[in-house]
Design a binder for this molecule. Structure first.
Ligand SMILES: [Zn+2]
Ligand SMILES: [Zn+2]
Length: 436
């Protein structure tokens, strides 16, 4: 307890938070980082979530990887990546052809989604990393501006889906090869290079080092007066532990601090219920209408999987089944379970539930494979009544399921599960940080 706690002493300074305290984003435990050295990983002592992975070259390596990714990105934007010829006619696709064609077919939102996650968000993510790191190195841009830019790196990350797009391409390619002569073009290799270099940039980037460097170059944001009632709150953007009240700004990056995400359970339920309702039409209605020599055939998601299996492409059929049927269903079931157990304040199987939540957070974006496959097929197979592929009602429903489940995962605050623990169960570190 604090010494001399009286009504008149409400403004007595509480012990300052230490720079090496971290609040785990998954279980809420505030722990002290160990003495860090390059390539050491600091995990949360309670749920094993990674708190900081320190890098030996936190600036030079991500700049090098990011620059090469940028070159691949620019090339992939301007060159075609696939050409097909059938019935004496010829079509080629650039990365934006699919979204444009989806728009022309009346599925503008699906087209915009594909354009956003394959072109806009990967570009933004690369731009944010490169501008911030160059800014730190050159000291030309004020640190305050760089902080305002870099805080978007985390939220945009999962929406840059070049890797998922390439798997969608693989599925589309095998289906196209069955009806036409397909030629891979140079931009495809640029996309593969972009995927590898973006993964390398992510692996080399040390966000904690970036925030510390930005902090060293700037005065911390205005500090709110600290009172006895001020709680310990970890910043969701930069990870710094602050002492403050609900709604205060983070000392390091200015993000509004909340002890827990606002209306987390209600918002997550709203997204889960909407996704469950759309999961039914997404599987009942066809996602594609394939016309060949005047005869049309609609394919549902399951129908597409059977077609791949009929060609003998079992690994690909399994992959699409996993991404399009299993993962969305698993996400909905796991989310429903963690939401119910959070509302009943169950303190059982906390670690298992946290791991399950981490898993669906990690794999959720891979469900976009089918949406990407559709966008590539409609971009290329446009030979009038002879051979034509058109998106159908199931496609926007399925895209909405993927997006809504991703929103549900990001709305839910897993620390709420751990709030069911009694104070006696709290780790010593939490009690120290809470000033107990
Ligand atoms: Zn934890
Ligand atoms: Zn912050």
């Amino acid at each position: 307890m604090q010494p001399g706690g009286g009504a008149a002493d409400e403004t007595i300074e509480t012990p300052p938070v230490r720079a090496n305290w971290r609040e785990c984003r998954q279980c809420g435990l505030v722990s002290t980082l160990p003495r860090m050295r390059p390539e050491l990983v600091a995990d949360c002592p309670r749920c094993a979530n990674t708190l900081w992975r320190m890098r030996r070259h936190p600036f030079e390596l991500p700049i090098a990887c990011g620059l090469s990714a940028l070159l691949f990105y620019i090339y992939a934007l301007v060159a075609p990546f696939l050409e097909i010829s059938a019935y004496g006619r010829f079509q080629l696709a650039r990365i934006e052809t699919g979204p444009v064609e989806l728009g022309l077919q009346g599925f503008t939102l699906v087209g915009l989604l594909v354009l956003a996650v394959t072109v806009i968000f990967p570009g933004l993510k690369l731009g944010i990393v490169l501008v911030t790191l160059f800014g730190i190195k050159s000291r030309v841009v004020p640190a305050r501006v760089l902080k305002a830019i870099f805080r978007w790196h985390g939220p945009i990350g999962p929406w840059a889906m070049v890797d998922v797009y390439l798997l969608g391409f693989l599925v589309a390619y095998t289906r196209l090869a069955a009806i036409a002569s397909v030629h891979l073009d140079t931009a495809l290799y640029a996309l593969i290079g972009l995927m590898i270099m973006m993964a390398a940039t992510d692996a080399a980037l040390d966000t904690e080092a970036v925030w510390r460097a930005l902090d060293a170059a700037d005065d911390p944001c205005d500090e709110t007066p600290v009172t006895m009632t001020s709680a310990v709150i970890g910043c969701p953007t930069c990870g710094l532990v602050n002492r403050g009240a609900d709604g205060d700004g983070c000392r390091r990056c200015g993000t509004r601090l909340r002890p827990r995400k606002t209306e987390s359970v209600a918002r997550a339920w709203a997204f889960v219920v909407a996704a469950m309702l759309l999961y039914i039409p997404a599987n009942i209605y066809p996602v594609l209408l394939i016309t060949q020599l005047g005869a049309s055939h609609g394919y549902t998601i399951m129908g597409g999987i059977f077609e791949l299996a009929d060609y003998g492409l079992w690994p690909l059929a399994m992959l699409v089944f996993l991404a399009s049927i299993t993962i969305p269903l698993m996400k909905l079931l796991i989310l429903g379970y963690v939401l119910i157990t959070t509302q009943t304040r169950s303190a059982e199987t906390l670690l298992a539930r946290t791991r399950a939540f981490r898993l669906i957070d990690f794999i959720g974006r891979w469900s976009m494979i089918d949406v990407f496959m559709i966008s590539i097929l409609v971009a290329l197979v446009r030979f009038g009544q002879v051979s034509n592929i058109h998106a159908e009602t199931g496609a926007p429903c399925f895209a909405a399921v993927v997006v809504l489940t991703m929103f549900a995962v990001s709305s839910f605050d897993p620390r709420l599960m751990w709030d069911a623990l009694q104070p006696d169960d709290m780790n010593v570190n939490t009690q120290e940080a809470a000033g107990i």
